[in-house]
Design a binder for this molecule. Sequence first.
Ligand SMILES: Cc1cc2nc3c(=O)[nH]c(=O)nc-3n(C[C@H](O)[C@H](O)[C@H](O)COP(=O)(O)OP(=O)(O)OC[C@H]3O[C@@H](n4cnc5c(N)ncnc54)[C@H](O)[C@@H]3O)c2cc1C
Length: 293
Amino acid sequence: MKASAFSYARATSVANALELLTAHGDRAKVLSGGQSLMPAMNLRLISPELIVDIGELAELRGIAVSGCILTIGALTRHVDLQRSPDVAAHAPLLTEAIAHVAHPAIRNRGTIGGSLAHADPASELPACMVALSATILVRGPKGERRIAAGDFFKGIYETALSPDELLMAIELPVGGPNSAHFFHEFARRHGDYAIAGLAAQATVDGDAFTELRLAFFAVGDRPVLASAANRLVDVRVTPAILSEASAALAEELNPQEDHQASASMRRHLAKVLMQRCVSTLLGRSDLNTGGVA
Ligand SMILES: Cc1cc2nc3c(=O)[nH]c(=O)nc-3n(C[C@H](O)[C@H](O)[C@H](O)COP(=O)(O)OP(=O)(O)OC[C@H]3O[C@@H](n4cnc5c(N)ncnc54)[C@H](O)[C@@H]3O)c2cc1C
């Protein structure tokens, strides 16, 4: 199938892109890497009247560290994230996760801003943003807004962005000396969207977590920051405590059922991921019971 007829405008500046979006409202769509937008248009899931191509806006591209903040421009491509020494040094969770996003051809064009604005609940990057306590910078006709990642994702393909706003950049706090991360997903094949996944960021002091952020993906309508993780912080984790946290996790998740997995399978996989994460980050093989505790 081919997309319905549409008009195309190449934005010459951020101000120009915002003017076009303001003038056309929800009849316009921003084009970044096109790796999600074009398939959706070709399948006629959406039929915008105008495409606003922001691909030439250099100010939306790039990765920079200033003080304790890592800033990533919205147009930064997946491949550039994957290769960035700054990302590897200050947000290694992202470096690890990006290798699981689709395939090289898609990573060569897809952008972080597109991935976050698209807000697929099975996507890796939105969960990383939640785990890393990112702030998302957006700009619209009324000025700039800074939105915590936890408030940005509103549902399946739904975000806090208005049709007349652009996602500009992402700010990440750089990891401290005791920070640790864990990433794993279950997918049918490497590069496929996950059936269930976990992006985790932690601070470990001796044999305990002083902070543990577990952001699950593909187990709800948006990334889920698990409250069950709080049970594992500032305590010596025992198999009994982990088992209680596992049960609490299963209670708080409300996974969807689809052609890939039932809701109970996704709950089970999430428990397996939590146990693997905790045993890996604490270096305690006795805590990995395969998710069945
Ligand atoms: C075969 C295939 C497999 C894939 N597998 C995965 C996977 O495993 N994991 C995964 O996470 N993704 C996967 N993707 C999606 C891919 O990562 C996309 O690159 C990404 O989701 C969107 O980035 P983009 O730059 O291409 O955005 P686009 O397709 O250009 O845009 C996506 C949406 O975001 C909006 N948008 C884009 N940029 C902005 C902005 N700056 N401000 C406001 N709105 C904006 C667009 O209007 C559109 O609605 C896959 C895609 C394909 C085709």
